[in-house]
Ligand binder design. Structure first.
Ligand SMILES: Cc1ncc(COP(=O)(O)O)c(C=O)c1O
Length: 482
């Protein structure tokens, strides 16, 4: 196997008397310079990891080392096809190990390659047994909120936003306890027999707060339901152990895990996946296809992960995710978590010194969280503020509703501050105060980016923007005529 996987970059830590200080992992784009409207250039500060994280240098190097050996997967007799097939299947195993998957088999786990978290959850939604009841908190990202309604036979219950992790568990328990016993089952047992699924995020893409996944899984299982973990924001920031959490499926995206090559993962229980119609019909998913005497076609579908991977697989995407899993493990994921927690503490301490800033939180200040944090600034339109961070400081954050509209609306509540006009989403009347600014970071973030961000927030609030901005296409942009 000519592809090197030995180029591990470990978290470069020096331990001092009171603390250990680790360097960020090398990522692509760390040297990119961007112009400022006020003159000059700075290193780009990518603080929008929650949308898409930069590629780890290690992932890029591994992909580049493999690229000359690229070949068709599962199809060719040639050497490179065989090598690529091995790489693809080994990637599946690496990811299964990374997630602590249960041994393959009917009661075990499969790792299915998809395009993204959205794709993974839509796949699972399509694979649900007939008449499954789905329970989902209104606080979910749209990718976990919306796929379930698309099946006419699926009944979806949307749960209200909890204000503490304990309340989340209680709300779910009450909802599951209220399930009707399925028709034809023993009403005396009190145990509903129909299939049920709970979908929950591991870490919020708005507040970064961790959800009580293990406790929710216990409640789900106690009521005969299964649970899928939306780990889009958890996987890049925290080790995941599917057995320890006792979740049935995990979904995440490569592009948030430092592997932006168009692949995602759905890992978990094989039985529902094996029992479902293939997600896409086509080559690769079918074992044999034969004409019937009545003129139709008989198809014998695979029961392995290939069942839901019809078409030519994205071997580079799959390999890049495996390379990222390996890189994070070899770097020392716990060290990376500890370093990120220090960055979070710095951001929070910095923002706390600016009374005009309100950090959005569902579970309160003490809730454990990952490096994702949203806030609003009194007197500022969020799009205006984000535009000034970019144009005047070279800092890339995100503003808006972050594909979690019900959650952001709940968190902002009756926001009393009337924001400025610039960047208000014109197309949606009444929404202009309903957007926030999100800063997010991770394993590749240098301390300087965090320090620059905190300084920029302080200066913008104290002194105002140094440039003029105008609304263009619903967004706030620097006004070149200023
Ligand atoms: C919590 C969460 N779930 C799901 C998704 C969807 O991920 P993707 O766009 O990669 O499908 C996101 C993306 O931001 C997310 O933050």
């Amino acid at each position: 196997m000519p592809v090197s996987v030995d180029s591990a970059v470990s978290a470069d830590c020096t331990v001092s008397a009171d603390d250990s200080v680790c360097a960020p992992l090398p990522v692509l784009g760390r040297d990119v310079r961007v112009p400022l409207v006020t003159g000059g250039e700075v290193d780009y500060a990518a603080l929008d990891y929650a949308a898409s994280a930069p590629a780890l240098q290690r992932v890029w190097d591994d992909v580049a080392a493999y690229a000359p050996y690229y070949g068709s997967v599962h199809r060719g007799a040639g050497y490179l096809s065989q090598l690529s097939t091995d790489l693809f299947e080994n990637s599946r195993r690496t990811i299964a190990d990374f997630l602590g998957c249960r041994p393959d088999g009917d009661a075990g786990d499969q790792v299915v390659f998809t395009r993204s978290t959205t794709d993974s959850l839509n796949l699972l939604a399509a694979a649900l047994p007939q008449d499954t009841e789905v329970f989902v908190f209104e606080t979910e990202h749209h990718a976990s909120l919306l796929p379930w309604e698309r099946r006419a036979d699926t009944v979806v219950t949307y749960l209200d936003a909890p204000r503490t992790p304990r309340q989340a568990v209680d709300i779910l328990a009450a909802a599951l306890a209220g399930r009707e016993p399925a028709a034809g089952t023993d009403q005396g047992t009190g145990r509903p027999a129909g299939p049920a699924l709970v979908c929950v995020t591991g870490a919020s893409n708005v507040t970064g707060e961790l959800w009580p996944v293990r406790e929710l899984a216990a409640v789900a299982h106690a009521h005969g339901a299964r649970i899928v973990l939306d780990a889009a924001q958890l996987a890049p920031h925290h080790p995941i152990d599917i057995r320890d959490l006792d979740v049935d499926w995990v979904a995440f995206s490569g592009h948030k895990l430092y592997a932006p090559f168009g692949a995602g993962v759905l890992a978990g229980r094989a039985d529902w996946l094996q029992g479902a119609e293939p997600y896409l019909a086509g080559g690769g998913a079918s074992r044999t296809v034969a004409r019937r005497t009545d003129g139709g076609v008989d198809v014998d579908w695979h029961t392995t992960a290939a069942r839901h991977e019809a078409g030519s697989p994205n071997v580079i995407g799959a390999y890049s995710i495996a390379a990222a899993c390996q890189a994070l493990t070899e770097a020392g994921f716990d060290e990376l978590v500890a370093r990120e927690q220090r960055l979070i503490a710095r951001v929070r301490a910095g923002l706390a010194t600016v009374p005009e800033v309100r950090v959005l939180s569902l579970f309160g200040d003490d809730a454990p969280r990952v490096g994702v944090l949203s806030f609003v600034v009194e007197g500022w339109n969020s799009s205006h503020f984000a535009a000034a961070l970019s144009a005047e400081y070279g800092i890339g954050v995100r503003d808006g509703l972050f594909c979690a509209h019900p959650l952001v609306r709940t968190l902002l509540g009756s926001e009393s501050d009337e924001p400025g006009e610039c960047g208000a989403p014109e197309a949606v009347p009444g929404e202009k105060s309903l957007n926030a600014i999100r800063v997010s970071f991770g394993a590749g973030t240098p301390d300087e980016h965090i320090e620059r961000f905190v300084r920029a927030v302080r200066e913008l609030v104290a002194d105002g923007a140094r440039w003029n901005y105008r609304t263009e296409g619903g967004r706030c942009v620097p006004d070149p005529s200023a």
